[in-house]
Structure formats: C-alpha cells, structure tokens
Design a protein around this ligand. Sequence first.
Ligand code: SF4
Length: 293
Amino acid sequence: MNHTDIEYLANPDGSRGYAWNLYTGCNHWKTGVCPVGENCWAKSMAHRFHRSFEPILHPEKLLEPLSVKKPSRIGVCFTGDLFGDWVDPDQEVVYENKYGFTQHHLRASIFNTLKQCYQHQFFFLTKNPKGYSAWRHFPDNAYCGVSFCKSGGYTGIYAHMKELDAKHKWLSLEPLLERMPQGVLENIGLYDWCVIGAQSGRHPIMPKIEWVKEIVEACDKTKVKIWLKNNLRPLIVSNLYQCGWAVQGDGNLRQELPVRETKLEDLEDKCPHGESLCSDCGEKCAQRKQECS
Ligand code: SF4
C-alpha cells in the first residue's frame, strides 16, 4: 500500500495513513452520477501518470493491509469507486496468499482482510450508495461513507445509507458546492462523522460560510464528529470574527475523528474469534487460518 496525503487519513500516531487501491478507475464522471465530472482528481492523476481510468480490479493487492502491523487509517479505493455498478461483489477472485493460490468472492476476500486487520480503520467512500446493498454486512472496522456535493437527490441517498448494514457511517461533503438541503441537516445524526471541504485543483470553488456553519451546527446538535478540511482555512480566516464554531482550543480548524468504540488494548492479545494471537498476527488462530486460506 502507498501512503496518502489525505489529511483526515493520518494515522493515530500522526504519520501518514494509507491508500488501499485494490480497485482503480471510475465511470461516474461520464454517466452523470458524479457532479465533479471532468474535475475528478483521481482521473487527472491517472492521466498524469499515463494510467487508464477504466475500472479494474488488482487482485494482487487484496492482502496488502496485512503487511502493516501498527494501527492505521486506510482509505479504500479512493482513486475509483468500489461501489460503482460495474463492480460485482460475488465475482470470483483468484489470488496468492502464504499458503498458495486461493479463490473467493470479492466480498469475502476484502472482508477477510478487514477482519484479519482488526487494528486498522478502513474508510470506504462512494458516490453511488445503492451499490452498498450488494455487500451485505460490513465488519466493524469498516467506515462506510457517501460523498455528496450538491443539493438535489439526497432523499434516495439517505434511504440507501439508512439501509446500509454497517456499524460506522460517514458523510463527505467535499467539495461542498451548494447549500445543503434540510433533508441532510435534519438526518445528519445517521452518521458518525462528517467531512467538509472546498473544491481545490484547477477550478477552485469556496463554499459560503453560512453553508458550512449550518452543517456544523446540525452535527453539534446530534454529536456527529466534524472534520473541516484545511482548504477551508481561507474562508474561516476571512470570517474569523463569526467562526468560533470552526476552530479548536489550539487555534486549528475543528478536525475531529470518529471514535473507535473498541479499544485497541482490548484487542491486542485476541483475534476476532477470541483466540490468543502471537504478535506476528494470526499464527496461533486456527479459525483465522481457515478463513483466509
Ligand atoms: S466518483 Fe470519485 S473517482 Fe469517480 S468520477 Fe467522481 S470524483 Fe472521480
């Protein structure tokens, strides 16, 4: 896995988090699902490095998170959309693990990796939340997000996110391009965490301060954690006299993280099946071996 500079994926110890790009590419920019369209950051990066932006699975990456032992934050497929209509979670995938070649459904392969890496937090994100339904129940260290930028069409998105079978859900309002409708503000308590940012890149667009304030107030009412991206700093600085709600005691922007409900200390000596573990991750857990072999 590569490190990522995405600020909210920084690891608990402050080091850079990781990008797990096991599926790259996305078609949303040309189908209208994504309002960012041609301004897609992942698409421009792919073109810059002469890579295709057509969706493609990289099975050789399925076990990559196992090589990171220290608790980390991992963004899953941020250079594409794992929940696009082109992805079939029941697809059979063949890949190599330490016991030889193995074959599983894509869903089981990814979820097995999450379960084995219980020390990490995995952040999923999509512009197509109806795609979550085919994935069924997510492991508890999955944080399933939806990205929403404009004011229209939230009713359907909310219905899909409510149905989503995951313990942790988050909302990415980045880039925030319009004032959020009441449906978003009134139902924001569905999420653990809300990220707000401006559009950066070649065509930067700053949201209005009152749009951001309304969202933060709605989050505070329902105790949803807030992350204001650093690209909002010029907006906050130019409205500083009325932005006490946007800054922390240390003078930085409010940048809170979703709480891990299970403390790592409680997990250190145990795998998800309650068996004791060696520090080399799983060697003493027979059930785990069965799952991933
Ligand atoms: S959903 Fe994400 S990866 Fe896909 S086109 Fe939009 S911004 Fe790009």
